[in-house]
Ligand binder design. Sequence first.
Ligand SMILES: NC(=O)c1ccc[n+]([C@@H]2O[C@H](COP(=O)([O-])OP(=O)(O)OC[C@H]3O[C@@H](n4cnc5c(N)ncnc54)[C@H](OP(=O)(O)O)[C@@H]3O)[C@@H](O)[C@H]2O)c1
Length: 256
Amino acid sequence: MTIPTPSYNPMDLTGRRILVTGASAGIGRATAVVLARLGARLLLNGRDAGRLEETAGRLEGQGHAVAPFDLSDLEAVPGWVKQQAADGPFDGIAHCAGIQTLRPIRIFSAGFFDEVMHANLGSALALARGLRQKGCHAERAAMVLISSTAATAASPGNVVYAASKGGIIAATKGLAVELLSDGIRVNCVVPSIVETELIERGKQKLTGEQYEHLRRLQPMGFGHPDDIAHMIAYLLADTSRWMTGSIVTVDGGRTA
Ligand SMILES: NC(=O)c1ccc[n+]([C@@H]2O[C@H](COP(=O)([O-])OP(=O)(O)OC[C@H]3O[C@@H](n4cnc5c(N)ncnc54)[C@H](OP(=O)(O)O)[C@@H]3O)[C@@H](O)[C@H]2O)c1
């Protein structure tokens, strides 16, 4: 008689409650699909309720919900997290929300700086403050932030975005140590160019030659949102239980 082997999946997320930001598009949407397939129960955030519902409609499993909210409202974020945790503490956050607008430094403005910094960096810090609150996180929880190779290699015409993403790397390291005693691991993924709407919008401002140049930056070509989603899942699951403060590059060989 053969004894059935219990299925082994160290990335199993069954029963885990995870907040996915940026879930209405691109990497966040792909991440939601992957995490749900691994068994997680998701709270989907973005600002566009219709597109969040569209993501929810693609998810496997039960118990998912949508929570439209503007994460640039930094003062309100911790209270919003607390409110959402009334349905159960979070086992993790995949913070995929972000904005990118190519803008050369000659047209730099304080308003643009505030907009990008709030959406990309401030939101991450405010979410960290929210997650560490009593009752908002499970005994062991994980937070995954997204930086960009724009922060680690020159990104002309894009320096405010690059600076916000450099801040994410610095924040990951500091938060990892600061939140250790709360049982929260904090890690960061550094993608190169992945084909999402964010890139589609930027593409409209580029010549065919410039677009081709961007594609060739990655020896393996542009990434697919799943390439980042899989790493995010790894960093949320027990597969990464001995990792915190790690900056993980997923870039199709760009920085090889
Ligand atoms: N695509 C790439 O090549 C690439 C490369 C490196 C890093 N990244 C980073 O990866 C992350 C995801 O990028 P993506 O390409 O998936 O972008 P995307 O397709 O443009 O999606 C961005 C997501 O962020 C949400 N969002 C933006 N501002 C928000 C706010 N204030 N409050 C709440 N949600 C907000 C959007 O939701 P709503 O529109 O519903 O508000 C949307 O769901 C970003 O942090 C980006 O910087 C992307």
